[in-house]
Design a protein. Structure first.
Lengths: 256, 253
């Protein structure tokens, strides 16, 4: 097993920070490029869809902005999580990097991107300035749940993705569709439930994760069902990660 | 009384799952080709890569692993390092066995030399503070000077070698593992490696070096293990190991 001391945290942070630094090294704006995508997306779609959906800008744009940055974190965790092992084959085989190290670096990498995206959300807040209550802090709990899920997902799907290469294709196709099924560019009705998808919305786990983070900030209530779904998935997932790591981590390098 | 061995391998073997793509000749079997392409109906087989290997390493031993290309030398080193785990037999390692197996692969091509020192150091479990302390020593060995701020990709093979060696000897594991890339340097590099290695392997530590360069092994090692097609041919003194290896190398009359 991995000894987790201060040095490990330094490694996870430095290695992931460095990935971003290298990616933008030769660009003029550097990591500020991370803000450009969401900023354009929110401005354009905010203007367009508030008209199409017939919702006030001040209501729709914050909904869209927090939806899109949380969604980026989820897709980043999902897509890179399935590739985490076989994209890092050389590191695993040539320098003996362990599975948990790879997963943690990957997780930190997604979180660093997310930290940049938060700046966009803060900007949106200063434009529209809705009333924030202490209830908003609940979204930090939601975020912690999401991070824990990113971790187990990386362990379980990193292993599965190394063995069955189809999985990463399935996941990226799935995430493309899920974006439209999850209330990001559209809103559930005022009562909070349903919207375009009606009762089926509650079958979408991404909706529940998103609710836990977004609703407290926007001041809308969280349905008890969302808590139940998120906690259940977290517990089952972490258990699966424990089993997968114990069962397969030793054989994993021979699959690559 | 003999001291306890640092490492004891008892009949260890390693099986590798390999995928052999089924017959993919489009002209002879077009249907098969399509099935194979779309459903990847390849055969997954378990192939033994190492078989029935037993040896011991005592403190102060310097073991050379000899063998032709593809004999399983690098795989055996990775087993000792705990990257792979034996599928049969029993491997007991007291303390740490670590090393670097490939000059460029363990390094990040887009990072500068300095960043690579930090990345590899942290990955091996050294804290930022300790790396800073060791930096002057590493810089002196690599002779890179200001080039340390250049991207690793732009380095010459000699520069890569010096950096890789300095980085992988930052830690002083109980058993230092070195793959044959070490033999690639020029005479000056080899002399430096020898002095550094002597310092590292001093006292109770040991070294395992895989190579097919007999000259290099003679310079650095005291014991020898000969591998041929995944099987252990000989384990014992280096001189006898070299004789055994020569037998294998000699073309059959």
């Amino acid at each position: 097993m991995l000894k987790i001391d201060k040095g490990r945290w330094q490694y996870w942070f430095y290695a992931s920070w460095f990935k971003i630094a290298v990616r933008y090294r030769k660009t003029m704006l550097g990591p500020i490029w991370l803000l450009v995508g969401p900023l354009m997306f929110i401005t354009m779609l905010g203007l367009l869809f508030s008209v199409i959906m017939n919702v006030e800008l001040a209501v729709f744009v914050p909904h869209l902005a927090f939806g899109i940055i949380v969604w980026s974190l989820m897709t980043s965790l999902m897509n890179s999580g399935t590739n985490v092992v076989f994209h890092n084959r050389p590191q695993m085989i040539h320098s003996g990097t362990k599975l948990l190290d790879l997963v943690m670096v990957n997780l930190f990498n997604s979180l660093l991107q997310f930290a940049h995206h938060i700046l966009v959300a803060v900007g949106v807040y200063f434009v529209f300035r809705w009333a924030l209550t202490p209830y908003a802090f609940v979204s930090i709990i939601g975020l912690i749940f999401l991070i824990a899920n990113g971790f187990w997902y990386g362990v379980v799907f990193g292993i599965l993705g190394a063995r069955y290469r189809d999985i990463s294709e399935i996941i990226s196709a799935l995430m493309g569709v899920m974006f439209f099924i999850t209330p990001i560019i559209w809103m559930p009705e005022a009562e909070g439930r349903g919207g375009i998808l009606g009762p089926y919305l509650s079958l979408n786990p991404f909706h529940h994760f998103l609710e836990l983070i977004r609703a407290p900030i926007l001041g809308t209530p969280i349905a008890p069902l969302s808590w139940i779904v998120v906690i259940t998935i977290t517990v089952l997932g972490l258990t699966a990660a424990y089993i997968f790591n114990a069962r397969f981590a030793k054989q994993l390098p021979t699959w690559l | 009384m003999m001291p306890a061995p640092l490492l004891r391998a008892q009949n260890i073997g390693l099986d590798f799952p390999t995928i052999t793509p089924a017959d993919r000749k489009i002209m002879t079997s077009p249907v098969r080709f399509l099935l194979d392409f779309y459903f990847s109906r390849s055969l997954r087989k378990s192939v033994p890569v190492l078989h029935d290997i037993s040896f011991e390493i005592y403190p102060g031993d310097r073991l050379g692993i000899l063998g032709l290309n593809g004999a399983g030398k690098s795989t055996l080193l990775r087993l000792l390092a705990g990257i792979y785990f034996p599928t049969s037999g029993h491997l007991e390692v007291q303390g740490q066995a670590k090393g670097l197996f490939d000059v460029s692969m363990g390094m990040q091509a887009e990072a500068t030399g300095l960043e690579n020192i930090y990345l590899r150091g942290l990955q091996m479990g050294i804290s930022l503070g300790e790396i800073k302390q060791k930096l002057p020593d590493i810089m002196e060995f690599t002779e890179l000077g200001d080039d340390i701020h250049k991207v690793f990709d732009t380095y010459s093979s000699g520069m890569r070698l010096r950096l890789a060696f300095a980085v992988s000897t930052m830690i002083t594991p109980d058993i230092l593992l070195m793959d044959e890339w070490l033999g690639a340097g020029d005479a000056r590099f080899k002399a430096k490696v020898k002095t550094r290695m002597d310092g590292l392997v001093e006292g109770s530590r040991s070294l395992v070096l895989a190579s097919h360069s007999v000259a290099l092994l003679k310079q650095l090692c005291t014991k020898g293990l000969v591998l041929h097609k995944g099987e252990q041919m000989y384990f014992g003194s280096l001189d006898d190991a070299i004789k055994c290896y020569d037998e294998i190398v000699k073309p059959k009359a």
